[in-house]
Each structure stands twice: as C-alpha cells, then as structure tokens.
Design a binder for this molecule. Structure first.
Ligand SMILES: C[S@@+](CC[C@H](N)C(=O)[O-])C[C@H]1O[C@@H](n2cnc3c(N)ncnc32)[C@H](O)[C@@H]1O
Length: 346
C-alpha cells in the first residue's frame, strides 16, 4: 500500500487556509510524499521546524534534496518497530504542533485494519488507521488537518472511531472539494481538522454519500415484464430476478428495445422488490443489455469506477436500504437515489 497520489499545490493551499491555530513551531507529515502539504504550510509559518516521514526511500531522498533543512526519515507509519527506530519520533516525544496528512486511501471498500484507540480495539479503513495513529504524536495544544476519503464520514467501518473523534477531538468537516484532484484517480475527499477551533462547513454526520467523481448518471430500464416478447435478434434482458450473488445470472430472454439498452460499464441495482446488497451487479465495459423497468443502472466512465461505486454502495447498504420505501413492494426512485449519491438524473 504505497499510494503516491500527491496533493496538488492548489488543494494543499486550500487545506492550509482552513487552519485557525496561530502559534505553530513544528509541523509534520507522516506520509510526506513530495512534501507539498508542508510547503503550503511554510508559506503561512515560514520559520517553523519541518519534519516528514514516508515509507518510500525515493520520496524521502527527493524531499531531502529539495529541502535540506527539513528533518526527514524513512519510516513505515503502520509498523511499531519502524516507528521506534525513527529519530524524528525518538527526539520529539512532546509531539508536534501541526500534523498534516493525506494518507493512502487504498480505495473504497478496501482493506480493514485493527486499531487500538483510547484503550479499545476497533476496525477501520486504511485512511482512518493513519489518522488515529497520528493523534498520538500531537503536542499538548497541537492540531491535525487532513485530506481524507469522504467514506470515513459515513461508512459503518469507521463509524465508531468517527463518533469518538467528533466527541473528544473536535472533529470538523471543513470542506468537500468536488472535482478530480488526483492524476488518474478520482476519490471523493473531505478536509477535516482535529483539536482546532476551525469553522466546520457542515455537519459531521453525512447522510448522503457522494460518488460524483465516479458516475455520470442513472438509467432506468423501460421494459415491463408483462409486455416482454422474446426476440432472438434482441439483446439479453436483465430483470431484478437476474441480479443474484453480485452477478448477472439466469438470463433467458432476448428483447429488442433500443430505449431500454444500457452499455457497460455500469452498476445495476433493483428498483423494486426485496432490496439486498447481493443484488448489486456490474455490467462490464462495452457489454450491452436491455433492462426491465425493475432495474436501475448507474453509469460510470470506467470499469474501475464501477467497482468503486459497487463497493461504496455495499459498504453503505444500511443507508441505501432506507431509500427503498413503500407499503407493498418497496421501491427506490431515481430522484432519491440521485440525491443520495450526489449525481444527476438522466
Ligand atoms: C497520497 S500520498 C500523499 C503524500 C503527501 N502527504 C501529499 O499530500 O502530497 C501518500 C504517501 O504515503 C506514503 N505511504 C504509504 N504507506 C505508508 C506507510 N505505511 N508509512 C508511511 N508512508 C506511507 C506513500 O509513499 C505516499 O508518499
């Protein structure tokens, strides 16, 4: 897990502009990359002592050559032995006034880590693990500013730790910067702070998820199952009953209906019926199917994006499930889904 999507300068400056704390004599980034976060902070506090660690030798050597007066170490931040051997950690037992972080995200739905925090054991995402481990190195009045994947704010995986950060560490969401900020990678991100009197932009409880960077639109199938006519010249028909075990299974009908065709990559979910995370499936790139009116398709630009959206929906299944309403067969509307996912209707 290296993740070398370095923070672009404009994004780094935007994060630094949120910092309220004034007296800062030391700054550290435990995943320093090419040092952009610290460079941005130095514009505000030019005489501050700067520290950085990274798992990558190449990254550390590069920053050393750019900034010979910064203290830098090669260190695996998730490895206690590596931390114990870092001179930066050994020589700065009182911690740092400002911790800056853009940790590896390891993409949505990815790895689960064990975290010991405040004497309790938790599970967390990769980014949350980096955040929680960083807290140990705050000075008495130190604060932390980080770029995090938006999923840490709503996923079940990180919920327990998130709630502790809100109650005990003044966690604030400062901004949700929309757009594609990282080369070849489009995670949805948030800026957060801990232990500063920052002005939160919004609530720390996100009820919506945002897959804005991954998906362009939502498509509803138009073929009613009552009117289906099998036609060998048509395309395979997908009905909600064909969505099983996260696979498209048991297709038996071909239908001609151009208006109801969907070309992959896309993520399918049932529109009506008994919703269930096993019914979330992917249409691969360039495959074309006809959808019944009981199926919705979330179009994506790439197969990788489709996989990210699928993981995101599964990870947030409890909230997704709440979107299916109705007294008889429960159903979801394009409006409710678009609003929840933060994407446009088509
Ligand atoms: C997303 S980049 C961010 C770099 C930099 N903080 C920035 O904002 O541009 C993540 C960095 O984390 C480093 N990294 C990955 N795993 C690490 C680990 N276990 N310990 C320390 N650094 C790690 C990578 O080498 C990479 O430089």
């Amino acid at each position: 897990m290296i993740d070398s999507y370095y923070t672009p300068p404009d994004l780094a400056s935007r994060l630094i502009n949120h910092i309220r704390k004034k007296d800062i004599s030391s700054i550290i980034d435990f995943c320093i990359g090419d040092g952009e976060l610290i460079r941005a902070a130095l514009k505000k506090w030019p005489s501050t002592k700067c520290f950085g660690t990274d798992i990558s030798d190449a990254a550390v050597l590069n920053v050393k050559s750019l900034h010979p007066n910064w203290e830098l170490d090669r260190c695996d931040f998730l490895d206690e032995n590596s931390l114990d051997q870092s001179n930066i950690i050994i020589n700065n037992r009182n911690g740092f006034d400002l911790i800056l972080l853009n940790p590896p995200f390891s993409c949505i739905g990815g790895s689960i880590h064990n975290v010991r925090f405040k004497g309790e054991d938790f599970k967390s995402s990769t980014a949350m693990k980096f955040l929680v481990e960083s807290i140990k190195y705050l000075s008495k009045n130190g604060c932390l500013y980080a770029i995090m994947p938006i999923s840490v704010a709503y996923s079940q995986k990180d919920k327990k730790i998130w709630d502790i950060l809100v109650s005990d560490y003044k966690l604030s969401i400062l901004e949700i910067p929309y757009g594609n900020h990282f080369k070849n990678c489009t995670p949805n991100i948030i800026f957060i702070s801990l232990n500063d009197d920052s002005k939160p932009l919004i609530t720390t409880k996100l009820k919506k998820i945002s897959i804005n960077g991954y998906s362009s639109s939502i498509f509803r199938g138009k073929v009613s199952m009552c009117d289906v006519k099998n036609n060998a010249d048509g395309r395979p028909l997908i009905h909600s009953t064909n969505l099983r075990n996260n696979q498209i299974e048991g297709l038996s009908l071909n239908v001609q209906n151009k208006l109801s065709e969907l070309k992959g990559p896309a993520v399918l979910i049932p529109r009506v019926g008994n919703p269930n995370p096993n019914k979330i499936c992917i249409i691969p790139k360039n495959k074309i199917y006809v959808l019944s009116d009981c199926v919705l398709g979330i179009k994506t630009k790439t197969l990788k994006d489709a996989k990210a959206v699928k993981s995101c929906l599964i990870e947030n299944w409890n909230d997704m499930n709440d979107l299916y309403k109705g007294t008889g067969a429960r159903y979801i509307t394009i409006e409710r889904l678009s609003d929840f996912l933060g994407i446009k209707k088509s």
